[in-house]
Design a protein around this ligand. Sequence first.
Ligand SMILES: [Zn+2]
Ligand SMILES: [Zn+2]
Length: 292
Amino acid sequence: MQSFTLKSRSKFWPKCPLDWGVFTVTLVLMPTIYMHEMFTVRPTVWRNAPFFSNFVIYGGLFVFLNIVANFVGLVVTDTRVPDKVMSTVKQSPHWKYCDLCISYVPPRAWHCKVCKVCILKRDHHCLFAGCCVGHFNSRFFIMYLVYVCIGTLYCVISDSIFLINKVDLRFPSVVLKIGFPAFAYLSGVETFTNECFILLFIINLAAFIFVCVLLRFHVRIILNGQVTYDVKSSSSNYDYGKMENVKEVLGCRWYVAWAFPLVSSPLPRSGLEWDTSEEWKLKRQRVTEKSK
Ligand SMILES: [Zn+2]
Ligand SMILES: [Zn+2]
Protein backbone atom coordinates (compact mmCIF):
# COMPACT_ATOMS: atom_id res chain seq x y z
CA MET A 1 0.00 0.00 0.00
CA GLN A 2 1.29 3.47 -0.86
CA SER A 3 1.10 6.24 1.68
CA PHE A 4 0.78 9.92 0.96
CA THR A 5 2.20 12.52 3.32
CA LEU A 6 0.18 15.64 3.91
CA LYS A 7 1.63 18.96 2.78
CA SER A 8 0.72 22.34 4.21
CA ARG A 9 0.05 25.35 2.02
CA SER A 10 1.91 28.59 2.56
CA LYS A 11 -0.95 30.98 1.71
CA PHE A 12 -3.80 29.71 3.85
CA TRP A 13 -5.58 32.96 4.77
CA PRO A 14 -9.13 33.47 3.40
CA LYS A 15 -9.38 34.89 -0.11
CA CYS A 16 -12.49 37.11 0.02
CA PRO A 17 -14.22 39.50 2.51
CA LEU A 18 -17.10 37.07 3.27
CA ASP A 19 -14.64 34.28 4.09
CA TRP A 20 -12.61 36.67 6.23
CA GLY A 21 -15.74 37.70 8.21
CA VAL A 22 -16.94 34.14 8.92
CA PHE A 23 -13.38 32.91 9.57
CA THR A 24 -12.74 35.69 12.13
CA VAL A 25 -16.05 35.07 13.94
CA THR A 26 -15.19 31.33 14.13
CA LEU A 27 -11.70 32.07 15.49
CA VAL A 28 -13.11 34.41 18.16
CA LEU A 29 -16.02 32.17 19.19
CA MET A 30 -14.06 28.92 19.71
CA PRO A 31 -11.90 30.15 22.66
CA THR A 32 -14.61 32.50 23.99
CA ILE A 33 -17.15 29.68 24.38
CA TYR A 34 -14.52 27.33 25.85
CA MET A 35 -13.43 29.89 28.48
CA HIS A 36 -17.06 30.73 29.30
CA GLU A 37 -17.95 27.05 29.82
CA MET A 38 -14.85 26.22 31.86
CA PHE A 39 -14.55 29.26 34.08
CA THR A 40 -18.10 30.63 34.40
CA VAL A 41 -20.63 27.86 33.75
CA ARG A 42 -18.82 24.76 35.07
CA PRO A 43 -18.02 26.05 38.60
CA THR A 44 -21.67 27.13 39.04
CA VAL A 45 -23.53 24.23 37.43
CA TRP A 46 -21.38 21.33 38.70
CA ARG A 47 -20.33 22.78 42.11
CA ASN A 48 -22.06 19.93 43.96
CA ALA A 49 -20.66 17.22 41.66
CA PRO A 50 -16.83 17.45 41.92
CA PHE A 51 -16.24 14.19 40.06
CA PHE A 52 -18.30 15.31 37.06
CA SER A 53 -16.73 18.78 37.26
CA ASN A 54 -13.27 17.19 36.90
CA PHE A 55 -14.52 15.01 34.05
CA VAL A 56 -15.74 18.18 32.30
CA ILE A 57 -12.29 19.82 32.73
CA TYR A 58 -10.40 16.94 31.05
CA GLY A 59 -13.14 15.93 28.59
CA GLY A 60 -13.70 19.59 27.67
CA LEU A 61 -9.98 20.11 27.07
CA PHE A 62 -9.83 17.00 24.84
CA VAL A 63 -12.82 18.16 22.77
CA PHE A 64 -11.56 21.76 22.56
CA LEU A 65 -8.06 20.71 21.45
CA ASN A 66 -9.58 18.46 18.81
CA ILE A 67 -11.82 21.28 17.55
CA VAL A 68 -8.86 23.67 17.27
CA ALA A 69 -6.39 21.13 15.82
CA ASN A 70 -8.87 19.80 13.24
CA PHE A 71 -9.69 23.38 12.25
CA VAL A 72 -5.98 24.14 11.80
CA GLY A 73 -5.56 20.89 9.81
CA LEU A 74 -8.51 21.81 7.61
CA VAL A 75 -7.14 25.30 6.91
CA VAL A 76 -3.45 24.58 6.35
CA THR A 77 -3.52 21.22 4.51
CA ASP A 78 -2.81 21.56 0.83
CA THR A 79 -5.43 19.75 -1.21
CA ARG A 80 -4.97 21.58 -4.53
CA VAL A 81 -4.09 19.78 -7.74
CA PRO A 82 -0.26 20.03 -7.64
CA ASP A 83 1.21 22.44 -10.22
CA LYS A 84 3.61 19.75 -11.45
CA VAL A 85 0.77 17.48 -12.64
CA MET A 86 -1.11 20.29 -14.41
CA SER A 87 -0.61 19.61 -18.09
CA THR A 88 -1.95 20.58 -21.49
CA VAL A 89 -1.61 16.91 -22.42
CA LYS A 90 -4.18 14.39 -21.19
CA GLN A 91 -2.30 12.05 -18.84
CA SER A 92 -5.00 9.41 -18.46
CA PRO A 93 -8.37 8.70 -20.15
CA HIS A 94 -10.28 9.78 -17.02
CA TRP A 95 -8.62 13.22 -16.83
CA LYS A 96 -10.68 16.24 -17.88
CA TYR A 97 -9.98 19.76 -19.06
CA CYS A 98 -10.38 22.82 -16.79
CA ASP A 99 -11.05 25.95 -18.83
CA LEU A 100 -10.01 28.22 -15.98
CA CYS A 101 -6.69 26.50 -15.20
CA ILE A 102 -6.15 25.91 -18.95
CA SER A 103 -4.96 22.43 -18.11
CA TYR A 104 -6.00 18.79 -17.77
CA VAL A 105 -6.87 17.85 -14.18
CA PRO A 106 -7.51 14.49 -12.44
CA PRO A 107 -10.97 12.92 -12.19
CA ARG A 108 -13.02 14.20 -9.23
CA ALA A 109 -11.02 17.46 -9.21
CA TRP A 110 -13.16 20.58 -9.56
CA HIS A 111 -12.32 24.24 -9.89
CA CYS A 112 -13.06 26.63 -7.01
CA LYS A 113 -13.77 30.18 -8.09
CA VAL A 114 -12.88 31.56 -4.64
CA CYS A 115 -9.59 29.64 -4.25
CA LYS A 116 -8.97 30.17 -8.00
CA VAL A 117 -7.52 26.67 -8.39
CA CYS A 118 -8.61 23.06 -9.00
CA ILE A 119 -9.03 21.00 -5.84
CA LEU A 120 -8.44 17.23 -5.63
CA LYS A 121 -11.72 15.35 -4.94
CA ARG A 122 -13.37 18.69 -4.21
CA ASP A 123 -16.36 18.58 -1.88
CA HIS A 124 -17.22 22.24 -1.28
CA HIS A 125 -15.76 25.62 -0.33
CA CYS A 126 -16.00 26.04 3.46
CA LEU A 127 -16.79 29.62 4.56
CA PHE A 128 -15.77 28.96 8.16
CA ALA A 129 -12.25 27.81 7.21
CA GLY A 130 -11.96 30.08 4.15
CA CYS A 131 -10.77 27.17 1.98
CA CYS A 132 -11.98 24.17 0.03
CA VAL A 133 -12.64 20.75 1.52
CA GLY A 134 -10.98 18.17 -0.69
CA HIS A 135 -9.07 14.89 -0.80
CA PHE A 136 -6.39 15.63 1.81
CA ASN A 137 -8.32 17.70 4.37
CA SER A 138 -11.74 16.00 4.41
CA ARG A 139 -10.65 13.94 7.45
CA PHE A 140 -10.11 17.17 9.43
CA PHE A 141 -13.38 18.63 8.19
CA ILE A 142 -15.52 15.66 9.27
CA MET A 143 -13.76 15.31 12.65
CA TYR A 144 -14.14 19.06 13.20
CA LEU A 145 -17.89 18.63 12.73
CA VAL A 146 -17.97 15.61 15.08
CA TYR A 147 -16.17 17.45 17.90
CA VAL A 148 -18.11 20.70 17.42
CA CYS A 149 -21.30 18.62 17.61
CA ILE A 150 -20.19 17.01 20.92
CA GLY A 151 -18.96 20.34 22.31
CA THR A 152 -22.06 22.35 21.45
CA LEU A 153 -24.38 19.60 22.74
CA TYR A 154 -22.63 19.78 26.12
CA CYS A 155 -22.76 23.61 26.05
CA VAL A 156 -26.51 23.64 25.31
CA ILE A 157 -27.21 21.32 28.28
CA SER A 158 -24.92 23.09 30.79
CA ASP A 159 -25.98 26.58 29.62
CA SER A 160 -29.65 25.63 30.05
CA ILE A 161 -29.06 24.62 33.69
CA PHE A 162 -26.90 27.72 34.23
CA LEU A 163 -29.49 30.12 32.81
CA ILE A 164 -32.42 28.53 34.67
CA ASN A 165 -30.57 29.20 37.96
CA LYS A 166 -29.27 32.66 37.02
CA VAL A 167 -31.86 34.43 34.89
CA ASP A 168 -35.56 35.02 35.45
CA LEU A 169 -37.00 33.21 32.42
CA ARG A 170 -40.69 33.79 33.12
CA PHE A 171 -43.10 34.75 30.37
CA PRO A 172 -43.45 37.39 28.87
CA SER A 173 -40.07 39.04 29.71
CA VAL A 174 -38.20 35.95 28.47
CA VAL A 175 -39.39 36.73 24.90
CA LEU A 176 -37.72 40.13 25.12
CA LYS A 177 -34.54 38.71 26.69
CA ILE A 178 -34.05 36.02 24.04
CA GLY A 179 -35.56 37.72 20.97
CA PHE A 180 -34.30 41.29 21.49
CA PRO A 181 -31.25 41.13 23.81
CA ALA A 182 -30.05 44.69 23.08
CA PHE A 183 -33.51 46.16 23.79
CA ALA A 184 -33.85 44.04 26.96
CA TYR A 185 -30.58 45.48 28.24
CA LEU A 186 -31.25 49.09 27.22
CA SER A 187 -34.73 49.05 28.76
CA GLY A 188 -33.33 47.69 32.04
CA VAL A 189 -35.21 44.35 31.87
CA GLU A 190 -31.94 42.37 32.11
CA THR A 191 -28.28 43.05 32.95
CA PHE A 192 -25.61 43.23 30.24
CA THR A 193 -23.75 40.18 31.60
CA ASN A 194 -26.87 38.00 31.66
CA GLU A 195 -27.75 39.07 28.11
CA CYS A 196 -24.24 37.96 27.03
CA PHE A 197 -24.86 34.56 28.67
CA ILE A 198 -28.19 34.25 26.84
CA LEU A 199 -26.50 35.20 23.56
CA LEU A 200 -23.82 32.51 23.99
CA PHE A 201 -26.55 29.95 24.70
CA ILE A 202 -28.37 30.93 21.47
CA ILE A 203 -25.10 30.70 19.48
CA ASN A 204 -24.41 27.22 20.91
CA LEU A 205 -27.95 26.04 20.17
CA ALA A 206 -27.84 27.39 16.59
CA ALA A 207 -24.36 25.90 16.02
CA PHE A 208 -25.49 22.52 17.39
CA ILE A 209 -28.52 22.33 15.08
CA PHE A 210 -26.53 23.54 12.04
CA VAL A 211 -23.61 21.16 12.64
CA CYS A 212 -25.95 18.19 13.27
CA VAL A 213 -27.61 18.73 9.88
CA LEU A 214 -24.22 19.15 8.17
CA LEU A 215 -22.73 16.11 9.91
CA ARG A 216 -25.67 13.88 8.99
CA PHE A 217 -25.36 14.90 5.34
CA HIS A 218 -21.59 14.40 5.18
CA VAL A 219 -21.56 11.06 7.02
CA ARG A 220 -24.17 9.79 4.55
CA ILE A 221 -22.21 10.88 1.47
CA ILE A 222 -18.90 9.57 2.88
CA LEU A 223 -20.47 6.14 3.41
CA ASN A 224 -21.75 6.28 -0.19
CA GLY A 225 -18.32 7.26 -1.55
CA GLN A 226 -19.66 10.59 -2.79
CA VAL A 227 -18.83 14.29 -2.57
CA THR A 228 -21.40 17.09 -2.58
CA TYR A 229 -21.08 17.45 -6.34
CA ASP A 230 -22.02 13.73 -6.81
CA VAL A 231 -25.19 14.27 -4.77
CA LYS A 232 -26.15 17.24 -6.96
CA SER A 233 -25.58 15.21 -10.12
CA SER A 234 -27.06 11.99 -8.59
CA SER A 235 -23.96 9.95 -9.41
CA SER A 236 -22.09 7.38 -7.34
CA ASN A 237 -19.30 6.29 -9.67
CA TYR A 238 -16.76 5.90 -6.89
CA ASP A 239 -18.59 3.76 -4.33
CA TYR A 240 -16.12 1.07 -3.15
CA GLY A 241 -18.25 -0.23 -0.27
CA LYS A 242 -18.78 1.44 3.11
CA MET A 243 -15.51 0.35 4.77
CA GLU A 244 -13.32 1.40 1.81
CA ASN A 245 -15.24 4.66 1.48
CA VAL A 246 -14.49 5.50 5.14
CA LYS A 247 -10.77 4.79 4.51
CA GLU A 248 -10.82 7.24 1.58
CA VAL A 249 -11.59 10.00 4.11
CA LEU A 250 -10.19 8.93 7.50
CA GLY A 251 -7.26 6.99 6.08
CA CYS A 252 -6.14 3.38 6.51
CA ARG A 253 -5.87 3.78 10.28
CA TRP A 254 -9.44 5.08 10.56
CA TYR A 255 -9.92 3.26 13.88
CA VAL A 256 -7.45 5.63 15.62
CA ALA A 257 -7.66 8.63 13.27
CA TRP A 258 -10.67 10.04 15.16
CA ALA A 259 -8.63 10.49 18.37
CA PHE A 260 -6.51 13.44 17.24
CA PRO A 261 -5.52 15.02 13.89
CA LEU A 262 -1.81 14.39 14.50
CA VAL A 263 -2.41 10.61 14.63
CA SER A 264 -0.98 9.31 11.36
CA SER A 265 -3.53 7.68 9.05
CA PRO A 266 -2.30 7.62 5.42
CA LEU A 267 -4.88 7.83 2.66
CA PRO A 268 -5.00 4.89 0.23
CA ARG A 269 -4.78 7.14 -2.86
CA SER A 270 -2.85 10.16 -4.11
CA GLY A 271 -6.10 11.77 -5.29
CA LEU A 272 -4.77 11.89 -8.88
CA GLU A 273 -6.20 8.58 -10.10
CA TRP A 274 -9.58 7.11 -9.22
CA ASP A 275 -10.97 3.73 -10.24
CA THR A 276 -14.66 3.74 -11.01
CA SER A 277 -16.75 1.37 -8.86
CA GLU A 278 -16.72 -1.21 -11.68
CA GLU A 279 -12.94 -1.00 -12.23
CA TRP A 280 -12.39 -1.31 -8.50
CA LYS A 281 -14.60 -4.42 -8.27
CA LEU A 282 -12.67 -6.06 -11.15
CA LYS A 283 -9.31 -5.27 -9.48
CA ARG A 284 -10.55 -6.81 -6.23
CA GLN A 285 -11.75 -9.91 -8.06
CA ARG A 286 -8.34 -10.35 -9.72
CA VAL A 287 -6.53 -9.97 -6.37
CA THR A 288 -8.87 -12.54 -4.73
CA GLU A 289 -8.40 -14.99 -7.63
CA LYS A 290 -4.60 -14.63 -7.48
CA SER A 291 -4.53 -15.28 -3.75
CA LYS A 292 -6.51 -18.56 -4.14
ZN1 LIG B 1 -9.20 24.61 -12.54
ZN1 LIG C 1 -12.31 27.04 -2.49
